[in-house]
Design a protein around this ligand. Structure first.
Ligand code: G6P
Length: 638
């Protein structure tokens, strides 16, 4: 059992309009596959789960209908372990549902793995999404005599549907009635022991498609799970439900139970393209997922009122936060850059001295540590060896420790006393993109919570919560203009050296932009504070040196303007990223504008064009952007 207090106060799910996978699949953590046909279901479901493995998961399971019984097999760990379990305890039947879970709501464990069943074990559900009123429903269900066996929100669905089934025996009607009681999002597949060879699926906010085969029908959250069987698919829209058997499928509205016309589409991608959701690379997919991953990081955490930021267990550790006199962030790589931004925010909003340390340096430095210093590890993977060792050091010195982590149940999450999960979804591209923007968002939430504990005015917090709420849409606006960055990349292709400059909140963005470019395209790039340029880097500037300046209209803007003039005066080629459309086009050789927001949140917006720039230069130079040479996604050795 995880002994730390982590802020598992919600489960992320995609938002916004349903998108065809060709234009980007919403962020989903877990995978669903369902099958009904003439063949044994278990091997087909297992194969489908394997196809979903690339997304990352920590547990898996399946339910197969065997006559009038349901057979359930679940494991914590790999799909191979599920396979072994099925070999040891075989299951037989021609219809079933299966799931890979990436823990977000309750630790990775067998009891939290899907499928979940009702009290009698006659109905099984797999679910992606979040049931926002799960706590209330769970309590009500308990009072009505249901046995709840997991920590998940998903399990309530099985009990609710079973309860409705006593009033309305046909599964689809029971599902429809149950879903009307539910707040939140779902992509579900349901089977019932009493109705052999029938599967019901429904969707609100979590992608789900139906695959139409010959004498077989499938459902999946992701085309890669079924593409080897059929390319004829129907994408469920929000509010729709599919009822199917081996011979075909009917689509209905969940609320009215009225039939909807089938919109059959042909998928023409190969398996690898399907895994990437139709994108050329995982990195690009993850860049495009940012409106959803940011929304996921925020979901359930902005609650309005005087203290509008809710971070689950924050109150349990509020005392150490209140009495803290110093904060130290420790991290590596991109996470260290996010830490820099977090440090600026904590000092500005919570007025607490904060520093940021490379974990690899700090752990060997015999640092001065007092028990009132909070040490916060930032890590996408939660497994980076140096960050883990730095947290361990802090613990041994008696400091309260925190984690800002994407991977639930990871080593750093387990080692720290408490923390915040990003809920950004699995990140597969080696270069971190969506994790960075979610880290900045999570750090903002943390700084606001700390700020409120230390006297930050509610009006100020309100400005931030409004600005945070607007971020996903603003990132989407930038992504809608990605072609401009692609064209810019083509114009910059001839260069082998780049400088990236920024000041204030944009300084870490310059560092991150330069890191992205070198990681992905093997082009030499260095980031500096624009103010430091005159202490050395300015000697490098001539007409062959593109200088990317992150210059949004923030408190540093007037100063950065003069730094830009210094570059221009030496013949440098200025590529400007700004939120200020006026007055920069003459000074800049290239200008890309982002929407405006609060100074502290500008990094979320200005980093997106820099991610795209690195990506396109990398692709144009023929680099393997998802797996750059010599780099690893998770550096678990020193
Ligand atoms: C590796 C990755 C980077 C990442 C760094 C820290 O170097 O290639 O993208 O920023 O590790 O990883 P973490 O998982 O701790 O954030």
């Amino acid at each position: 059992m995880a002994r730390c207090l982590y802020f598992l106060d919600h489960k992320p799910h995609p938002t916004g309009p349903h998108k065809r996978l060709a234009t980007g699949s919403p962020t989903t953590m877990c995978g669903i596959i369902a099958y009904v046909g003439r063949d044994e279901a278990a091997p087909i479901l297992l194969k489908g789960l394997q196809r979903l493995e690339y997304r990352g998961y920590d547990s898996a399971g399946m339910a197969v209908q065997n006559g009038t019984r349901l057979e359930i097999r679940r494991v914590c760990g790999r799909i191979d372990a599920l396979n072994e379990r099925i070999l040891k305890f075989p299951i037989s039947g021609t219809s079933g549902i299966a799931h890979t879970r990436w823990a977000t709501h309750g630790k990775p464990s067998v009891s939290n793995a899907h499928p979940h069943v009702d009290t009698a074990g006659e109905l099984a559900v797999v679910h992606n999404g979040i049931i926002e009123n799960a706590d209330l429903l769970r309590e009500q269900l308990r009072r009505r005599g249901h046995t709840i066996r997991s920590e998940t929100d998903s399990e309530v669905l099985a009990h609710l549907i079973a309860e409705q089934k006593t009033k309305e025996p046909r599964l689809q009607f029971a599902v429809s009635r149950a879903l009307r009681l539910v707040e939140g999002t779902f992509g579900i597949a349901v089977i019932s022991a009493g109705e052999p060879d029938k599967i019901v699926c429904a969707r609100r906010g979590s992608p789900l498609m139906i695959g139409l085969g010959k004498d077989a029908t499938y459902a999946a959250s992701d085309a890669s799970a079924i593409i080897q069987h059929t390319r004829r698919v129907v994408y469920l829209e929000d509010g729709e439900m599919a009822v199917f058997d081996a011979s075909g499928c009917v689509i209905m509205r969940i609320d009215l139970m009225s039939k909807v016309d089938m919109r059959i589409e042909e998928i023409d991608w190969d398996v690898q393209e399907a895994e990437r959701g139709g994108y050329a690379h995982f990195m690009l997919k993850e860049i495009y997922q940012q409106p959803e991953s940011i929304a996921s990081t925020l979901r359930g955490r902005l609650v309005g009122g005087e203290d509008p930021v809710r971070l689950g267990g924050f109150h349990d550790i509020a005392e150490s936060l209140r009495s803290a006199r110093r904060v130290i962030f420790t991290a590596c790589g991109t996470s260290w850059h996010a830490g820099q931004i977090g440090a600026y925010m904590l000092e500005e909003l919570a007025r607490i001295p904060t520093s940021v340390e490379y974990a690899s340096e700090w752990r060997y430095r015999d640092p001065v540590l007092e028990p009132d210093t909070i040490v916060i590890g930032i890590s996408q993977s939660g497994e980076t060896a140096d960050t883990l060792a730095a947290i361990d050091l802090a613990k041994r010195r008696g400091c309260p420790t925190f984690g800002i982590i994407n991977t639930v149940g990871s080593s750093i999450a387990r080692l720290t006393d408490a923390g915040i999960y990003l809920h950004a979804g699995p990140e597969i591209g080696v270069a971190s993109t969506k994790s960075f923007t979610s880290q900045v968002v999570a750090l903002t939430l943390f700084a606001l919570c700390m700020g409120r504990h230390r006297g930050l005015a509610p009006e100020r917090v309100k400005q931030y919560t409004d600005a945070l709420t607007a971020l996903p849409g603003q990132v989407q606006e930038i992504l809608d203009r990605a072609d401009e960055i692609r064209a810019l990349a083509a114009r910059l292709l001839e260069h082998d050296n780049f400088l990236y400059l920024g000041r204030g909140y944009s300084f870490p963005v310059a560092l991150e932009g330069a890191l992205k470019l070198k990681e992905i395209s093997y082009v030499h790039a260095e980031g500096f504070s624009a103010a430091e340029m005159k202490h050395g880097p300015i000697a490098l500037i001539d007409e062959n040196m593109p200088v990317v300046v992150v210059a949004p209209r923030d408190a540093s803007y007037p100063k950065v303007l003069s730094n830009m003039q210094e570059v221009k005066a030496r013949g440098g080629r200025l590529i400007t990223i700004s939120s200020e459309p006026n007055g920069l086009s003459e000074l800049s050789d290239e200008l890309f504008t982002v929407p405006h927001t609060l100074d502290a949140l500008l990094p979320v917006l200005t980093s997106v064009p820099l991610q795209l720039l690195a990506y396109h230069i990398g692709v144009m130079r023929g680099c393997d952007v998802d797996k750059p040479r010599n780099l690893a996604k998770s550096v678990t050795v020193e």
